[in-house]
Design a protein around this ligand. Structure first.
Ligand SMILES: Cc1cc2nc3c(=O)[nH]c(=O)nc-3n(C[C@H](O)[C@H](O)[C@H](O)COP(=O)(O)OP(=O)(O)OC[C@H]3O[C@@H](n4cnc5c(N)ncnc54)[C@H](O)[C@@H]3O)c2cc1C
Length: 401
């Protein structure tokens, strides 16, 4: 077998086994019923719990080997419904073992990009004091209770793809390119000494017109590299390889939740709310949620009251940011309204895209008012006064509706 880099054999036995493996016939999903710990211990005249401890070691080896072999999915059936009939002391031991193991291994799980899904009747597992659902916009912890949370998703009109590039930009850079099917643009910013992020966005008409809706990643990336050749200086775009080779074009999902907690489960970050990427605030907001939650838990002894306080505080903070994000996303959806203005005006209004007033005022008039406001203190104050009020009113009406 062609041994992947990650799979250097650690001993002769493993080397021999690897030689017998056919890389093209490795399974995509392995499921293991973890059975026989008790028998293993009995055979060695050891207590059953020692068998369970040894079972954890075997599970660890299985997970690690699957990761090294690039097996995409592994299911471990760890506890069956019949197992509830076992003595309470043994069940308590098993649950403690699971908790201890997950706590210890979590950093390794994260480092190796392993996604852990709890399947089966998770609600019968012993309760934690608090479960913090920080598992992103598609939160598996939120999903079974969408009715309770009042989750609402609005899909953006434009399509986008989240790419990387080896070109390192020295600052946040916008690039707008006109094609015969309409405009396509890119937001690019550095994230390390070797790479930058490139988010490419366009209207659905441009997307289908350019054939990006049917192109797989291998066909789509060269087309985008050609369109953004001036921006990329000959550097390549880097996609996110899907197992079927498709490109990951998406419509942004703006998520809101009517309530953010249920019993001892609380939502934070993207699991609770999303704001369009064009305002670049999602990570800060997720961290601010965590700070607010920690503060509420420290200050308020009653869990329910602490979670309610956290939700109230963060929702109030978010109103104006959610409004800014919505207007920013709309600005790009209404690009034809601005793109043919003289460049100085167009870029000035790009900087004003969060404004709740802009959609209601002809762009050139807005531009002139904005310029005048820059010079007239009274007008500037009026604009500063009116904008947030309008934004809060519209956003609060939306949240209620
Ligand atoms: C195209 C685009 C560009 C963006 N650019 C910016 C930007 O420039 N600046 C900015 O601040 N924000 C940006 N954002 C938003 C930002 O990415 C998110 O708001 C932020 O990452 C939210 O953090 P989070 O921890 O709540 O969720 P996530 O970052 O989604 O983290 C959730 C984590 O939970 C893990 N997880 C989920 N389920 C499981 C499971 N069952 N087991 C184990 N792990 C699990 C996931 O693997 C993931 O690591 C952008 C978003 C998009 C779509």
């Amino acid at each position: 077998m062609n041994v992947p880099e990650s799979l250097k054999p650690s001993n002769r036995e493993e080397e021999r086994l690897l030689q017998e493996l056919d890389a093209d016939r490795l399974p995509q999903h392995i499921a293991v019923i973890m059975d026989g710990n008790g028998r293993w211990a009995k055979k060695r005249h050891l207590p059953r719990v020692m068998g369970h401890r040894a079972g954890v070691q075997s599970a660890r080896t299985i997970v690690e080997t699957c990761a090294r072999l690039h097996i995409p999915a592994l299911t471990l059936y760890a506890f069956s419904m019949e197992n509830w009939r076992r003595p309470k002391a043994e069940i308590d031991f098993l649950m403690r073992l699971l908790r201890e193991y997950l706590r210890k291994e979590l950093p390794v799980i994260h480092r190796n990009n392993i996604r852990l899904l709890v399947i089966g009747r998770a609600d019968q597992l012993p309760d934690a004091d608090l479960v913090v659902a920080g598992d992103g916009v598609n939160s598996a912890l939120r999903e079974p209770h969408v009715e309770h949370f009042g989750s609402d998703v609005t899909l953006g009109r434009n399509t986008y793809v989240w790419l990387g590039t080896t070109k390192v930009f020295d600052s946040f850079t916008f690039s707008f390119v006109e094609t015969e099917h309409g405009w396509i643009w890119c937001y690019a910013y550095p994230f390390s000494g070797e790479h930058s992020t490139c988010v490419v966005e366009c209207s659905p008409e441009t997307w289908t017109g350019l054939g990006l809706d049917t192109a797989n990643e291998g066909e789509g990336l060269p087309l985008l590299e050609k369109l953004f050749a001036d921006l990329l200086d000959g550097h390549a775009l880097i996609g996110r390889v899907q197992s079927d080779g498709s490109a990951q074009w998406l419509n942004f999902r703006t998520l809101t939740n009517r309530t953010w907690h249920r019993g001892n489960l609380v939502l934070i970050g993207d699991a609770a709310h999303t704001t369009h990427y064009s305002i670049g605030a999602g990570t800060t907001l997720a961290l601010e949620d965590a700070l607010s939650l920690a503060g509420a838990l420290r200050e308020i002894p009653d869990l329910g009251a602490a979670l309610a306080h956290y939700e109230r505080e963060r929702k109030a903070e978010l109103l104006s940011i959610q409004s800014a994000a919505r207007h920013s996303a709309q600005w790009y959806e209404n690009l034809p309204r601005y793109i043919h203005l003289p460049p100085a005006q167009m870029f000035a209004l790009l900087g004003q895209r969060h404004s709740p007033l802009l959609p209601y005022i002809p762009p050139q008039v807005y531009y002139r008012i904005d310029r005048a406001a820059g010079q007239l203190e009274a007008l500037r104050r009026f604009k500063r006064w009116l904008g947030p009020r309008l934004a809060r009113t519209v956003q609060a009406a939306r949240s209620r509706g």
